[in-house]
Design a protein around this ligand. Sequence first.
Ligand SMILES: [Zn+2]
Length: 352
Amino acid sequence: MVEKSKWIRLPRSVVVGHGVLAQTADVVSNSHLTGQPLVVTSPTPKKVAGDRVVEELSLIGPEPETVVVEEATFAAIEMVLERAQRVDPGYLVGVGGGKAIDIAKMAAEDRSLGFVSVPTAASHDGIVSGRGSVPEGDTRHSVAADPPLAVIADTDVLADAPWRLTTAGCADIISNYTAVQDWKLAHRLQNVEYSRYSGALSQMTAEMLVENSDSIKQGLEESAWIVVKALVSSGVAMSIAGSSRPASGAEHLFSHQLDRLAPGTALHGHQVGVGSIITAYLQGGDREDWVDVRNALEGIGAPTTAAELGIDEETVIEALTTAHEIRDRYTILGDGISEDAAREAAAVTGVI
Ligand SMILES: [Zn+2]
């Protein structure tokens, strides 16, 4: 008798392309979302897409309620939850580069409502996944929520986002290489459940992005197309795994630690990219492995050094030696690496 069971939750619709914001009402109807929408957005995303979304949604139902959040903080989530309490929306819509989407996702989870993700920048894979976290004091508040019911990614809007956000999205995808290696390691050493489908999809996503990196150039709408498709694919890998494992290893722990030590300094994707160079080095293998990761990042114009992140060397070393404490996730960092080892890894790879 087979006693296994598994529940894979995926977005119902993923609509990507030029001008697809115009299909917002269709996508929402198709997802069987009804009632008053609560649109969560940030100041700039509101201008570039949020107002359009509100306009589109008023065509098919009650006038949407909009809440503008400035930062991804615990206070912002509370504010959105309060508003949701008052408005009693039928569903939520997150319009933004990640912050607003993460907050909409968490509020939707709290209220047991569906949500729609409308990314205005292809900056990280949270735009299509059910995973999100915001800093809360000295720790992070994380959720493993349902993925969005629908994703509406308008490449016309995404291509207009600041270029560094796109290179951050690329770096987040490139980091899948080391995340998958760490996942396999955790499987071998700690019997953590590993999904070959999910691991292969995650790794292939990174490979395809690197192969197409010649077409990833500022001002090319094609770049947004390539990157957002990769982010979707990475999100699907996480859905299949039922965890963020396929896209989050030691390089992500390092980045979360930098968020605590040097908050707001560098973008998530850029931090995990640099973390991925060091992680690849620590994972051993051939010298080619970490050099490949570094070259891939360099090729798309993402940071490869602490200086380019705007973070000082000592902070990088502290993040490396303490990253294993941030959550119960086995990676190449094991129970922690020594300061000497951290210094050596960062120096050999040219990060410091
Ligand atoms: Zn990430």
